[in-house]
Design a protein around this ligand. Structure first.
Ligand code: ADP
Length: 384
């Protein structure tokens, strides 16, 4: 029993990976996209599971499958770690749908399809929010009326927890220390983006809030915004709450500022002198810089900054732009190291730097697989 199947589902996609945990080898992986979209041929996440099963034919050995690990976006304040799935857990994930109306239903449909496909295999839920359940109350509390907080669950939950946990642990390993010995700021810059302040292995603050909309500028999300803008736009232009939500999540961010949600396009256009792209890059990097400043203050001492995800791992422009002017705080990149392209974990700070600046490719799938085995009490596989 050494195989784990990881199912990482977004609102319209399923990333899957079958892993041999003895040597952490990928036996199969892939992505099913455009689920539920009119242009796609996959109606829902249950049909997506059939596509995954077909792709795994001949590779997956049921007699060796130890667990199925599921990414679940929102665990509210109910789930503080990876959890063995049963009917009650599914009910709780269902109750949390109002907090993640696009993601939790998709995650649940996939869990149910996987439970019927593998009725005898333990299924484990790994929540995007769980790592942030260690936030102190003063970091997760919004200053809003009591009823909103207690009856409606309005508070900061944070997301990308699996990635922040994995990357902060790898950052500690790169420094040759235990996670409990280091303070790290993790910058997860993908399509979605968030920053996390990790003190001694635990998340103590993060930029995404009750939903993934808050914080950094993202591919299509605005990030931080005066909340009064929503009421103002509603009064002036008359869109519904739903439409405003949609605009801020799907039609804002880099897309709204530069006409593309892909940082490669924005970077290329800015280099050619496109003014909108230049502004988008500056807004993007400045927002990151402000959060770094905030989390330096929150942590007091920072041993490393770690860049990860599509933009963090690949964009030298963003990494340099985000850290611009922080030299007096002991934070900088070596232009030569930063410019080197690589898929490996690496240092990009100069050798004399006070604070290590690292690039750490994230691996949510391996983290989910590890956490799934931990729940089963089989955490006997070698760590990388
Ligand atoms: P997701 O949040 O969907 O998992 P990823 O972590 O894969 O996203 O990041 C996707 C984003 O990474 C793309 O939208 C693109 O902007 C960015 N990206 C990928 N490669 C590069 C690159 N070489 N330079 C700059 N940005 C890149």
């Amino acid at each position: 029993m050494n195989q784990v199947l990881v199912l990482n589902s977004g609102s319209s996609s399923i990333k899957y990976r079958l892993i041999d945990m003895d040597d952490r080898a990928r036996l199969a992986d892939g992505i099913v996209e455009r689920i539920g979209e009119s242009a796609g041929s996959v109606a829902d996440h249950a049909a997506g599971m059939d596509v995954v099963l077909a792709a795994l034919k001949g590779k997956l050995d049921r007699s060796r499958l130890a667990a199925v690990g599921h990414r679940v976006v929102h665990g509210g304040d109910r789930f503080r770690g990876p959890t063995l799935i049963d009917d009650e857990v599914c009910d709780t994930i269902r109750k949390l749908i109002p907090l993640a109306p696009l993601h939790n239903p998709a995650n649940l449909t996939l869990i149910e399809a996987a439970r019927s496909a593998f009725p005898d295999t333990p299924q484990v839920a790994v929540f995007d929010t769980a790592f942030h359940q260690t936030l102190p109350d003063y970091a997760y509390t919004y200053a809003v009326p009591q009823e909103w907080r207690t009856d409606l669950g309005v508070r900061r939950y944070g997301f990308h927890g699996t990635s922040h946990q994995y990357v902060s642990r790898r950052a500690a390993a790169m420094l040759g220390r235990e996670p409990e010995e280091v303070n790290v700021i993790v910058l997860h810059l993908g399509n979605g983006a968030s920053v996390c302040a990790v003190r001694e292995g635990k998340s103590v603050d993060t930029s995404m809030g009750m939903t993934p909309l808050e914080g950094l500028v993202m591919g299509t999300r605005s990030g931080d915004l005066d909340p009064a803008v929503c009421a103002y736009i509603a009064r002036q232009a008359g869109p519904s709450a739903e439409q405003i939500d949609q605009t801020l999540n799907k039609a804002s961010g880099l897309l709204a500022l530069a006409g593309s949600n892909d940082m490669r396009d924005v970077d290329t256009a800015a280099a050619k002198g496109d003014e909108a792209a230049r502004l988008a890059l500056d807004v993007y990097c400045y927002r990151i810089r402000k959060y770094i400043g905030a989390y330096l203050a929150a942590l007091g001492r920072v041993d490393a900054l770690a860049f990860t995800a599509g933009i963090g791992e690949n964009s030298a422009t963003v990494r340099a732009g985000a850290l611009l002017g922080l030299e007096h705080l002991g934070i900088s990149v070596s232009p030569k190291r930063n410019a080197q392209e690589s898929k490996q974990e690496r240092y990009i700070s100069p050798y004399w730097a006070q604070t290590a600046v690292l690039v750490v490719p994230t691996d949510e799938e391996i983290e989910i697989a590890d956490q799934a085995l931990q729940v089963l009490g089989r955490a006997d596989t070698a760590q990388p």
